[in-house]
Design a protein around this ligand. Sequence first.
Ligand code: BG6
Length: 459
Amino acid sequence: MREGFLWSASTSAFQIEGAYKKGNKGLSTVDTRHVKKGTADTKFACDHYHKYKEDIALMAELGLKAYRFSISWPRILPDLSGKVNKEGIDFYNDLINELLKNNIEPLVTIYHFDLPQILVDKFGGWASRETINFYEKYAITLFENFGDRVKKWFTINEQFVVMFNSEFNGMREFENQIGYEKLVYQMGYHMTLAEKKAMKKCKEIIPDAMIGPVAAYQLFYPATAKSEDIMAAFDAEEILSYYLLDFCVKGECNEYTRKYLKEKGVYPEMKMGDEEILKSSSPDFIGINYYFPLTAEFPNEREKNPNFPLFWNSDRYSVTKNSILKPTEWMPFGFDSRGLRSALKKAYIRYSIPLMVTENGVAYSEVIESGNIINDDYRIEYIEGHLKECKKAIEEGIDLIGYSPWSFTDVLSASQGFSKRYGLVYIDRTEDDLKEMRRIPKKSFYWYKNVIKNNGNNL
Ligand code: BG6
């Protein structure tokens, strides 16, 4: 890879920290969501809050050049008073300093799914413009406290997922009501305004910083070579992957998508002065979260699956099975490493700004084998395949600045519990037995270490 390539690994606060009420932390939507009995929740997660030094020592052993983590919003601003929680600031100061001591660059996600519950209770969360101001204030607090050391920032992790997923946006009671889809687009738009304000402030407060979004980049393949399926895949990408990114990078929605969403009655309402906010800043780079492609076909009632999320079916496309890609334990649609190169090419050609792969990984329900080892050859195969495609993308002219697999350690899954493991490092706990949470590097850890040591030249 090129000089200075950011060899990284990713996590997020609620999925690793635990200590969910410790240090004056407030609760967030992911703390209050309903979790099935016997399934892990955010209370302890990986206990990273107490074990962060041990985790950073492992990052140093791995040879990471950078580490992508998120800051817990309600740990910094636990209530509506605006008073900054010193214990929260202290925790992240220690974390950042420990990373720098180990020559690991901190890559900070400002907001990764954990919206303060108090904002939902008081204002309806992202349904209200009030939350825009709270997010801006929160971002400014981070820039002012950590900006002397943190030079790469991510605004919102997977805005599209947050706007649709009521577990994250906190609007559970509205989910099955008529009008939810309209509300979803309005919430998404408010996040766009919040992100724009944060990007502007970032430039003012830390002039030498880079800032950008983390997109849940959803690549689509057409189910067949029929022109209607090809068009369905095109529309699915326009709506699911580019609608928000266009707002973020270009400050506007293209006329094609706007007309479609207006006709459906879900296009967000805008106010006087918004135009100015939308054009007031733009990102320096884009984080791409890519796990697997989906396959689209011309919408077909027969194929509609009520279990699919709302956004997987529309009158322009339906998600369907792909007979070529093999399902894995937790990926029913399979994966395709070449898809990552397609995603990078498409995003780069559309936006012409640097990209970073901020998440990419595969989950399995692993157990420790005798001799304290975890032989995760499937993970090596997955990451190796995707990294080779990154390399080819760079050779083809794509400005890719780094790669950050999901996840550094096993984490509490965002949608399931602890059985779904993505990490390079095993955390010895089960759904309901915390044990001692020993950290055990998996086979993939040693493999990735060797790749980093060789700067990817051995791929
Ligand atoms: C991404 C999120 O959507 O996917 C992560 O940014 C999440 O937070 C990851 O963990 C995998 O999803 P899940 O639901 O399998 O944990």
